[in-house]
Design a protein around this ligand. Structure first.
Ligand SMILES: [Ca+2]
Length: 291
């Protein structure tokens, strides 16, 4: 059993390998490693949250999903299979079992499956939904995809600048991530102060984690770059535009795989849900017209 410090050093090594694969061999600073690991820890315990069917971390079937990175929404054919099987998403008790049942039903259906695993997630606007999360054969590949989504292709997202800035803070990172749609939080952004509450909650969670990461990495420095650098092998993203529910973006928000305590405040199905969503849109529209 690895000690806490040994675990952090192993996670840091995987993160550095992923960063180098994403950014042409560039080595991230300790500051960048600490902040990125902090996010990955908050989201999925740097991959350990989803150990795969055997339930054990560190074995071949681990999902190696860092950062709760989503792959795509379910398409119409997949949703039809789950609907016929009577499987609805939940983020309440039994959400893991429900997601496993959904995955099993889709495997049985014979539909071509992407490189991902279904979990239940939720957002303030959508309530619970099934979504494919990315899965990888190794930790560094999971870390690379996480960095790719966090920082954007070529590092074009604000989160990348925060990681590179030695004074970049958890608050700045949480703000950049929220603005980029990395997480949605549990407060309705349509309500006054809702968005800021989501950012503050996320930043607070990061501030609670980062000192432990920094302490765990005392005395650690990144390994010399492997020559040649490990070939980037990001997940093969299914480019087929999925047919998604009208209220759900084709690429659902990634991240924050945390079961909210008061999930499902919204109607779950049918006309009630449709009316609820229409209500939300009308609210947005009226707010915009007022401006
Ligand atoms: Ca495993």
């Amino acid at each position: 059993m690895a000690t806490t410090a040994e675990r952090w050093k192993a996670k840091a090594d995987a993160l550095v390998d992923g960063w180098r694969a994403e950014y042409n061999g560039e080595t991230p600073s300790l500051h960048a490693v600490v902040l990125a690991l902090t996010v990955a820890q908050h989201e999925t315990h740097c991959g350990d949250s989803w150990p795969g069917p055997d339930g054990l971390v560190g074995t071949a079937d681990d999902e190696n999903n860092w950062g709760a990175t989503t792959l795509r929404a379910l398409n119409a054919a997949e949703r039809a299979v789950l609907s016929a099987a009577g499987l609805a998403p939940t983020v309440g008790p039994g959400h893991n079992e429900r997601a496993k049942a959904a995955m099993a039903a889709l495997k049985l259906s014979g539909l071509p499956l992407p490189q991902g695993v279904i979990h239940c997630d939720s957002s303030p606007r959508l309530g619970p939904y099934f979504v494919y999360f990315a899965a990888f054969p190794t930790p560094w590949q999971g870390a690379q995809y996480f960095i790719h989504l966090l920082c954007g292709k070529g590092g074009k997202r604000q989160a990348h600048a925060v990681l590179l800035d030695q004074a970049g803070s958890e608050q700045q990172l949480a703000t950049a991530m929220y603005n980029a749609g990395y997480y949605t939080g549990f407060n309705d952004p349509r309500l006054p102060g809702g968005a800021q509450k989501n950012i503050d909650a996320y930043a607070g969670a990061l501030r609670a984690i980062s000192p432990g990461v920094r302490a765990g990495l005392a005395g650690w420095s990144s390994r010399p770059a492997v020559v040649p650098a490990p070939p980037p092998s990001p997940v093969v993203i299914d480019e087929t535009p999925p047919v998604v529910p009208a209220d759900m973006p084709a690429t659902p928000p990634t991240g924050t795989y945390i079961v909210p305590p008061s999930a499902a405040a919204s109607p779950k199905s049918g006309w009630a849900r449709l009316l609820w969503l229409l209500g939300g849109w009308m609210f947005d529209l009226l707010k915009r017209l007022k401006k």
